[in-house]
Design a binder for this molecule. Structure first.
Ligand code: ADP
Length: 376
């Protein structure tokens, strides 16, 4: 492009130069024929000098009017094509080259705007892809977890069902034996009581398993969750385990009612509170909050149970809802509290999950669907 422009300018200069030369020689010829007494070499010298001066002036004018603006344009285009969107050409003249420079500048401005739009669009697309990928990964993890828990639940339900009758038998026959036992056989009576205690403990575990595997019937009613939380708290406040625990309660009065089995939901609250008390070694603060939320046009009630305990190490967060998973010493934890809670909340069409457990205490979230057509 540059070469082409230079050759056009060159040709222009050559043509004008040649015309000046011919005009010079023509005027020299006329001058000599009019004044034959003047020396031919003098005429040629002054003629040539005149032509040379005019040519230099013309070349300078051409350089400033044509060559320089054209090379500025060429350079601008080259820089623009290499991605320099800030490139602008400052030519003040009102002629065609000035117009060309103006068009170039507005074209560069538009290109810059388009480039910025494209960059913004690409960035928002990348952000959206990242967000969706994270959502898919989370959903996949939840699905795997739900499947794992469901198959564990089926297995647990089978085992619990099989164990229920023999356990009832053990307890019943142990009681019968105590009745038949002579009063003075105190040692035997004590041993039988231990058998009954242990068998009843097994029964409690079995009941928990059945709760987790949704095999127990539930009695649902319209429940005011805030009230249920208050009731649960007044229940635990009287227990020694909770004497040194402060409750930071923030219940939103506008939460809708839920259709639920109040006993089962209370069992979930108790499980969470007992776990917090254990984790905090019976000294700390439990924050309990309720608030209304909405997802895809459906109303939910969200509950938060957060404690000031040590939190849950990252390597076990994926296992805490599994039946029989416990980090508590033997005899203290059954590993059923959270799995039973999970089963209960699922059965109510809700969700329970650990929002954050690493350092700074454990923070559990429960989401329950609001009663359709209930109070808002
Ligand atoms: P258990 O209480 O019998 O151990 P859970 O199913 O209720 O059974 O809890 C499983 C495990 O989850 C606990 O053993 C503990 O490691 C962990 N956990 C649950 N809640 C908390 C909490 N608030 N803080 C720390 N760890 C917790």
């Amino acid at each position: 492009m540059r070469k082409k422009l230079n050759s056009i300018t060159g040709k222009l200069i050559l043509t004008i130069g040649s015309m000046m030369l011919i005009a010079g020689f023509f005027f020299a010829y006329v001058f000599i024929t009019q004044n034959p007494e003047v020396d031919i070499w003098t005429v040629l010298f002054y003629g040539g000098f005149f032509v040379a001066v005019i040519s230099v002036i013309l070349c300078l004018i051409l350089y400033y009017i044509v060559t320089r603006p054209l090379s500025m344009l060429t350079e601008g285009m080259n820089k623009l094509s290499m991605g320099d969107m800030e490139q602008r050409i400052h030519i003040a003249s009102k002629d065609e080259i000035g117009l060309l420079a103006g068009s170039f500048n507005s074209m560069a401005e538009e290109l810059k705007e388009y480039k910025e739009k494209m960059e913004n669009w690409t960035k928002s697309l990348e952000d959206e892809v990242q967000k969706k990928t994270a959502e898919i990964v989370r959903a996949q993890e939840q699905l795997i977890n739900a499947e794992k828990l469901a198959s564990l639940g089926r297995m647990a339900a089978g085992v619990a069902h099989e164990l229920n009758s023999p356990l009832t038998g053990i307890v019943t026959f142990a009681y019968l034996m105590i009745k038949r036992m002579p009063k003075e056989n105190t040692q035997d009576i004590e041993d039988l009581k231990v058998i009954i205690d242990q068998a009843e403990r097994c029964s409690r575990i079995v009941r928990g398993l059945l709760g987790f595997s949704r095999k127990t019937a539930s009695e649902k009613a319209r429940v005011n969750i805030n009230l249920l939380i208050e009731n649960t708290l007044s229940m635990v406040r009287n227990q020694a385990k909770f004497h040194n625990i402060a409750f930071d309660v923030d219940l939103d009065k506008s939460v809708p009612e839920v259709t639920a089995d109040p006993n089962q939901i209370q069992q979930v609250f108790l499980n969470l509170l007992i776990n917090s008390a254990d984790a905090m070694e019976e000294n700390g603060t439990v924050k309990i909050a309720s608030r209304p939320t909405e997802e895809d046009g459906n109303k939910f009630i969200e509950l938060e149970f957060a404690d000031t305990g040590p939190g849950i190490p990252e390597d076990i967060t994926g296992r805490i809802f599994e039946p029989f998973f416990t980090t508590k010493p033997a005899g203290k934890g059954t590993g059923l509290g959270l799995s039973v809670s999970y089963g209960i909340i699922k059965k109510h069409g809700g969700q329970i999950f650990l929002k954050s457990g690493i350092g700074g205490g454990a923070n559990f979230i429960i989401r329950l669907p609001a009663t359709k057509g209930g109070n808002d």
